[in-house]
Design a protein around this ligand. Structure first.
Ligand code: PMP
Length: 386
């Protein structure tokens, strides 16, 4: 029997999305595909709440989406500020450095997030071209205070790239209203499609910066110059070719984005908050502590939870034996000390209860008895009913 997939990506996807993937493969010049790709691009812009932005859909994973932002906006010697909330912020810094940026980190202890005052202090000290924020860092489950950080960047005229891989379509984000220049994500998390697509929405200001580059982008595959005519053509109902688009995945993306928009973004963000609250009620009933240092910083798309005294990483395997696949830690300094549970995309109350039940049974079977059997499930149920 298949385990319930509750890792922080890839996540379980809807049957209609899978159906789109099982349809006969379309050519990239097929009239039906042209219409679908054009609609998917428009829908991506709507999901990012970015009417002014240019969407890009490219074959690749979230890391390519990061590189597609950095490679086009950074030139050697540019200064970049990384708002560091964990492993994926480190990855962003690695990519920035590879493209010649001089990187400064603004950090908080694990589980925390730098605030607007810390970012302001860095901007007072240096002349930055770009700032990056990891909306939700999947290694720590920290939800960055992205709106207030973006406000500071805007005030200083600094471009801002937001990594939404573990957030887009799960956490509230208003790209245009909040002034983010690039919102990037991948298909396999709250966007609800199997892995394989890098997705970006790029502001006019970022495109303008890219157009004024002194030197061409060092990578051909990552160069917006190659992709922009393709995206513009498909949105205008015409085919264009640079590199073969993953036609089946794009058809699946169109279905999923359609579902996201028909659920309604606000309703979807609220469902994620509700499921996260139910999980938090369960962690608290079990006497477990979250890695994020405050509830305001706790993501709604996943939980990162410390193992209690006497419990180690073997819990993950025992939870799987109880029917739910969860993940171990990922933060370099803490990875053996906590586990992670993804709760995004089509996550339902039933998924919460099954997962909490599996974790509770696994803890009890391992000898952890801080709560009576059923306490955590009851707490989650009460939160779901509230
Ligand atoms: N950023 C974040 C926040 C992520 O969670 C991930 C993947 N877990 C990535 C970037 C990289 O994405 P991918 O693994 O699809 O390359």
């Amino acid at each position: 029997m298949r385990d319930l997939l509750m890792i922080p990506g890839p996540v379980d996807v809807d049957a209609e999305v899978l159906q789109a993937l099982s349809a006969p493969v379309l050519g990239h010049l097929d009239a039906g595909f042209i219409a679908t790709f054009g609609r998917a691009l428009k829908r991506l812009r709507e999901v990012s709440l970015a009417p002014s932005a240019q969407p890009f859909v490219v074959s690749g994973s979230g890391t390519l989406a990061m590189e597609l932002a950095v490679a086009n906006l950074i030139e050697p010697g540019d200064r970049a500020l990384v708002v560091n909330t964990g492993y994926f912020s480190d990855r962003m810094a690695h990519i920035l450095e590879r493209h010649g940026a001089k990187v400064t980190h603004v950090r908080a202890p694990p589980g925390g997030a730098p605030d607007a005052a810390q970012v302001e202090a860095e901007f007072q000290k240096g002349d930055f071209k770009l700032m990056t924020i990891t909306h939700v860092d999947t290694s720590t489950a920290v939800l960055a205070p992205v709106e207030s950080l973006l406000k500071v960047a805007r005030h200083h005229g600094v471009l801002c790239v937001v990594d939404g891989v573990c957030a887009t379509a799960g956490e509230a984000f208003h790209q245009d209203a909040w002034g983010a220049d690039v919102y990037l994500t991948a298909s396999q998390k709250a966007v609800g499609v199997p892995p394989g697509l890098a997705l970006l929405t790029v502001s006019p200001r970022a495109l303008e910066t890219w157009r004024k580059r002194k030197a061409p982008v060092a990578s051909v595959y990552a160069d917006w110059a190659e992709w922009l005519p393709v995206m513009e053509a498909y949105e205008a109902g015409k085919p264009s070719y640079f590199a073969t688009p993953p036609t089946s995945l794009i058809c699946a993306l169109d279905v999923s984005l359609g579902q996201i928009l028909s659920e309604g973004l606000e309703a979807r963000f609220e469902r994620h908050r509700r499921m996260a609250r139910a999980f938090r009620a369960a962690w608290s009933a079990l006497g477990l502590r979250l890695l994020p240092t405050s509830e305001a910083l706790a993501a709604n798309t996943l939980s990162a939870v410390y193992y209690p005294e006497g419990v180690d990483a073997s819990l993950v395997g025992r939870v799987k034996a109880q029917g739910a696949a969860i993940a171990g830690g990922l933060h370099p300094e803490l990875k053996t000390r906590y586990f992670r549970v993804g709760h995004m995309n089509r996550v339902t109350a039933a998924d919460v209860l099954v997962t909490v039940g599996a974790i509770e049974r696994a803890l009890h079977s391992g000898g952890y008895r801080a709560s009576a059997s059923g306490t955590a499930v009851a707490a989650a149920q009460a939160a779901l009913s509230a």
